[in-house]
Design a protein around this ligand. Sequence first.
Ligand SMILES: C[S@@+](CC[C@H](N)C(=O)[O-])C[C@H]1O[C@@H](n2cnc3c(N)ncnc32)[C@H](O)[C@@H]1O
Length: 226
Amino acid sequence: MSQKQSYDLESIRKMIQALGWDKSFSDLQELESYNKIQSRFFDEVINFFEQPLPSEIQANLERIVALTTLKPGEIILDVGAGTGVLIPHFLRYKPKHIIACDLSAKMLAVLKKKFPAVEIYQTDIKDLRLPDASIDVAFLNAVWPNIGDKSGALKNLSRIIKRGGRLVISHPEGKEFVKGLKKAMPFPLDTLPEQSELKKLLKRFNFILQLYIDEPRFYYALGARS
Ligand SMILES: C[S@@+](CC[C@H](N)C(=O)[O-])C[C@H]1O[C@@H](n2cnc3c(N)ncnc32)[C@H](O)[C@@H]1O
């Protein structure tokens, strides 16, 4: 069988149905419950993330990292890193160190097995206790719609990213795909932000939006820490 080019929403829908979850979680307004459900969900769908990546996704991940112009010796934070799909792309640029955080223990266990040198934290990004100004670049790939407390996340990222450092918000499938995914997921997801909305939001947390690309199957935003 030839390798898939991209993900199709129908097979994702079927995989989620097969989990047999009912959608009537009562207290998802509470961040703690929302995060618990997500960590359980991503633990349960780990096999999906262990499949070989479709070729279009792989190419888009490479483009996300290339657009960020990493320099050798940088310290990179991968937020909601999952199984570490971005890490092989980071390694080409010879970073000094890579740190990953995620809510799902199983995702992080797979990542650590593949990339033992990566430092891992199982936590919500808003609670990640790294020193002030310790990160050169933070990536949030395919995770923005899942972050329950975006202000808390951006506040912490603004603290830990160095002045002049970068924040990347990306999705290798783009905005429309996320809208389709929202309907299939057993918990609420957000959409990816429009340019003007993101510019305003980032500014509140001392990031200047420097690049915004919104294509039918690709989303990339780059903020610089002022
Ligand atoms: C769709 S997966 C994407 C994983 C990976 N970035 C990729 O591109 O394959 C989203 C991941 O974000 C994690 N996540 C969701 N909310 C988070 C938060 N507030 N802080 C850290 N990780 C979070 C989930 O546990 C999940 O592993």
